[in-house]
Design a binder for this molecule. Structure first.
Ligand SMILES: *Cc1c(COP(=O)(O)O)cnc(C)c1O
Length: 360
């Protein structure tokens, strides 16, 4: 069986050992005589899976005691509404840094629910940089300050977090989740969809500081209220059982590799292989300044669309799939999430070199 190297921005690759384990346990999970997809979420056997996944999450990320880990549905996109609904119960004001397409969506959604200010935007540079923010712009009594930590489409990442003082920092980490160690205590809320670095689509993970629960607007739908989720152990309604199970296996895989510090080293090595080659290449360029480059999503372009299209097509026939860039950026994008092996990146670089020689 030939497996491809999948450079998709999401859903993306899962570790092969996780897929093998899930396959082996497919028909009979741990002597239960059933698949995880079939079992009741209220059963003892399933409780071990969901609570096990939550406590592994805490362990792997080093999440402090005063934070809750929530498993919800609706994707990161549902949280674009859930965040203002859960947090705007105070002044009703929030600051947003608009650094890409997902940050723009979150900013637009929040405007339905409060007084929302864009404190910085890099739209004029087609989001190829993380903009400088003048702290004088910050709203002193804001209920929160919002950033998108890694901009999946544009391949940029915050090098330094904004200093927001007592205003809680809220970050969308959909595409940087579990890719490197993170100081959770710097944030009020961290959230992201699972389908990039954690599990199959369907699961969204929200990490929220306890004191931020109970600050919701009165009109918040019950199912979107983080307090409801916490009070019901993430089982107010049926959770995405299968995705949570794979999440647990992925966390065990991360531990077996040596945790997030080891993963960061591996991910940095992978990204460096690509960026170093692109910077030395006379065919491909990366539009992002080195200080803002993403560890997970590497964008690059050739001189014209004919070459870009030829590259994407040739790559696919060699087993490097989903490498076409987002339509708003053009060119190519290699998403090299945790599960992309080093060999996959090495093989891609070799292929790019050969393509460059052939088409010079
Ligand atoms: C993929 C992505 C989203 C959208 O996630 P859904 O789970 O599809 O709603 C939001 N933000 C970022 C940074 C993403 O990469």
């Amino acid at each position: 069986m030939a497996r491809v190297y999948n450079f998709s921005a999401g859903p993306s690759m899962l570790p092969e050992s996780v897929l093998n384990r899930a396959a082996a346990e497919m028909l009979d999970y741990n002597g239960s005589g059933q698949s995880v997809m079939e079992m009741s979420h209220r059963s003892k056997v399933y409780e071990e899976i969901i609570f096990g996944a939550q406590s592994l999450f805490r362990e792997v990320m080093g999440i402090p005691e005063n934070y809750k880990v929530l498993f919800v549905q609706g994707g990161a996109s549902l949280q674009f509404a859930a965040i203002p609904l859960n947090l705007l119960g105070g002044s009703g004001k929030a600051d947003y840094a608009v650094t890409g397409q997902f940050a723009t969506k979150a900013y637009q959604e929040a405007q339905k629910y409060g007084e929302i200010k864009c404190v910085a935007s890099s739209k004029a540079q087609n989001f190829s940089v993380i903009p400088k923010i003048d702290p004088a712009e910050y709203t002193k009594d804001a209920d929160y300050f919002y950033i998108c930590h890694n901009n999946t489409i544009f391949g940029t990442k915050w090098a330094q977090l904004p200093e927001t003082g007592s205003v809680p920092l809220v970050a969308d980490i959909s595409s940087s989740f579990l890719s490197e160690p993170m100081d959770v205590s710097r944030f009020g809320v961290l959230f992201g969809g699972a389908q990039k670095n954690i599990a199959p689509a369907g699961l969204t993970v929200v990490i929220v500081r306890e004191d931020l629960l109970g600050k919701a607007r009165k009109d918040i739908p019950t199912v979107m209220d983080w307090k409801t989720t916490v009070e019901n152990d993430s089982m107010y309604n049926t959770p995405p059982c299968w995705s949570i199970y794979i999440c647990k296996l992925v966390l065990e895989w991360i531990q077996s590799l040596g945790g997030l510090a080891a993963l960061k080293e591996r991910n940095t090595h992978k990204a460096k292989l690509l960026y170093d080659y692109i910077d030395a290449s006379s065919m491909f360029t990366n539009p992002v300044a080195p200080e803002f480059r993403s560890l997970m999503n590497v964008t690059f372009v050739a001189a014209n669309d004919d070459l870009n299209n030829a590259f994407v097509k040739a790559a696919a026939t060699e087993g490097f799939v989903n490498i076409k860039g987002h339509r708003s950026v053009g060119g190519m994008r290699a998403s090299i999430y945790n599960a992309m092996p080093v060999e996959g990146v090495e093989a891609l670089v070799e292929f790019m070199k050969a393509f460059e020689v052939k088409n010079a």
